[in-house]
Write a protein that binds this ligand. Structure first.
Ligand SMILES: [Zn+2]
Length: 321
């Protein structure tokens, strides 16, 4: 029986097709180089596959491009293109809800209305739901005085995208806003709170205030009746640590069925103790971040539904302005 060459005997699996082409000693001398080339080739294939996957996940979900008119300049002291994590008005707390509209959003609106509270909804075009499935909910949120902001069209991690892809994520949602509400927002929250210099550059260019969070309930993790208390605990700890911009999600059942009510009761009780105020916001950051707008909101509402310290603040501001 003919002996196999040492290459086969050792079980080495580098392509035997090379064997008839080169002398064995040359082949073994070149073996490390061949392994490196094959490894780099595999890595290149993986990279190309990943890139094409990212490309398809950001492009396929986008609706056709519809040009939107440029934003009108607004009279604001808030910066564009930098992350804002706190209310600037002492004693205010802002509730914000991401990832809607979805089947649970109407329940959040009911609870907020019951408490006479306003909140901010950072909405998507396509996430767990699709904005065109819920145009009436979007209109209702706006008509009931809540602020609507952008959370991008399809909720990608923006730092993974090119600047033009980031722009498309924003303008695609602007088109939907125009179609449903007749305007588009100047506030946004980046999905996963993921920012990069490119992301902030584009937001500055498009005229967006970028809202972060200083109280993260992580309600998407504790979306269960048995664990939801941990989100509430994070909310309490966040407030105690001085947090003022609260992040939750109206796309999660236990947030709308348990957490929102608990959070509002807690804010109200702290408001009554004089530590926090429940501020009614037409435009969330304009209310909790800009004093002049806060005054107009309070005066417009006449303080209806506000906690006692909020009414006292209203009186104080009346004297001040
Ligand atoms: Zn989100």
């Amino acid at each position: 029986m003919q002996m196999l060459p040492p290459f086969y005997q050792s079980g080495n699996c580098v392509s035997p097709i090379l064997l008839p082409l080169v002398p064995l000693h040359v082949f073994f001398a070149l073996q490390p180089l061949i392994i490196i080339i094959l490894t780099m080739h595999s890595l290149l294939l993986i990279l190309l596959a990943t890139l094409s996957l990212a490309q398809s996940s950001t492009n396929i979900t986008l609706p056709p491009f519809v040009p939107v008119p440029p934003k009108q300049p607004t009279n604001t002291s808030l910066p564009y293109g930098s992350v804002l994590n706190h209310c600037y008005i002492p004693g205010t707390v802002a509730l914000t809800f991401d990832d809607g509209p979805y089947i649970y959003t109407s329940r959040v609106l009911d609870v907020l209305a019951h408490h006479g509270a306003r909140a901010t909804f950072f909405i998507n075009g396509r996430n767990r739901g699709h904005i065109d499935q819920f145009p009436e909910l979007v209109k209702r949120a706006h008509e009931e005085g809540h602020q609507l902001g952008s959370h991008t069209w399809a909720h990608p991690s923006l730092p993974n995208l090119s600047k033009s892809q980031i722009r498309r994520q924003m303008t695609a949602l602007e088109s939907a806003f125009l179609r449903i509400l007749g305007f588009y927002p100047t506030y946004m929250r980046a999905p996963f709170l993921a920012h990069s210099d490119d992301v902030l550059d584009v937001m500055d260019e498009l005229g967006y205030h970028v809202i972060g969070a200083s109280v993260d309930t992580k309600d998407y993790v504790f979306d269960d009746p048995d664990t939801n208390w941990r989100s509430f605990e994070r909310f309490i700890d966040g407030l105690d640590a001085g947090g003022t911009v609260v992040l939750a999600h109206d796309s999660h059942r236990n947030t709308v069925e348990i957490l929102v009510e608990d959070m509002l009761e807690e804010i109200e009780s702290r408001g009554l103790s004089g530590k926090y105020l429940l501020i009614v916001r037409v435009d969330y950051a304009d209310a909790c971040m800009q004093l002049s707008r806060l005054v107009s909101v309070l005066v417009t509402t006449g303080g209806t539904g506000l906690s006692r310290p909020a009414r006292e603040l209203l009186g104080f501001l009346d004297v001040l302005f």
